[in-house]
Design a protein around this ligand. Structure first.
Ligand code: SF4
Ligand code: SF4
Length: 202
């Protein structure tokens, strides 16, 4: 079971909450072991009840925990079956990835979720991490003062954001890089860049 951009949240972590009636990760992520695509229910899932092959589920499923499950400080309305989105933390970048139930693609724009994603973006950016929402492969970067549609983001792409000072407070420089294999290892190639003037004191 992998997140859209990487295996975010797959590292084994202590479990603090029970999934209960939630089974949303069995829908929104792909499962490599079965070739199950993201965004469709796993054939072994009984939605709201659980996994019918729990004892024999793939290791990628057994290792998965979402952020709500491991973070008691996240309020109950963030439980994925209520929020209609699953949050994970990318193990390498510490970016927060928000994967939305494709049956409610606007889930992340509702309140109080959108305002709280904005607060998360602000505190995360101060630490050098991003908040990125996915509806399928379509990604939206949540900045402290605006949302930036990124288009389709794939496994080999990396997002970077720099706040460049300037008139009016400056602008966010958003760049997307593609990973390329080279003879000497791996390199990042700039795929796109865009500039987003600050809209408010961030
Ligand atoms: S999304 Fe989180 S709470 Fe829901 S079933 Fe998966 S791990 Fe459990
Ligand atoms: S095998 Fe079980 S845990 Fe894994 S996605 Fe399917 S229903 Fe969920």
């Amino acid at each position: 079971m992998t997140a859209v951009i990487s295996g975010a949240g797959e590292a084994p972590v202590a479990q603090h909450r029970a999934c209960g009636s939630c089974t949303l990760c069995c829908k929104v992520y792909n499962v490599v072991a079965f070739g199950k695509p993201a965004g469709t229910w796993c054939s072994h899932c009984e939605p709201s009840l659980g996994c019918t092959i729990h004892a024999n589920r793939p290791s990628e499923c057994a290792a998965f925990d979402c952020l709500w499950k491991t973070t008691p400080a996240l309020p109950m309305h963030w439980k994925p079956d209520q929020a209609k989105m699953v949050l994970t933390v990318h193990p390498n970048t510490n970016n927060i990835q928000v994967v939305v139930d494709p049956d409610l693609p606007s889930a992340w724009t509702r309140q109080p979720y959108h305002s709280q994603l904005r607060v998360l973006a602000k505190s995360n950016m101060a630490k050098g991490h991003l908040v990125i929402v996915f509806v399928g492969e379509l990604a939206t970067l949540i900045l402290p003062d605006q949302d930036v549609p990124l288009g389709a983001l794939t496994l080999d792409q990396v997002v970077s954001v720099m706040l460049e000072p300037g008139p009016g407070g400056g602008a966010y420089e958003v760049k997307i890089f593609a990973r390329r294999a080279t003879a000497s290892g791996q390199t990042l190639e700039l795929a796109s860049a865009s500039r987003h003037p600050l809209r408010s004191a961030a």
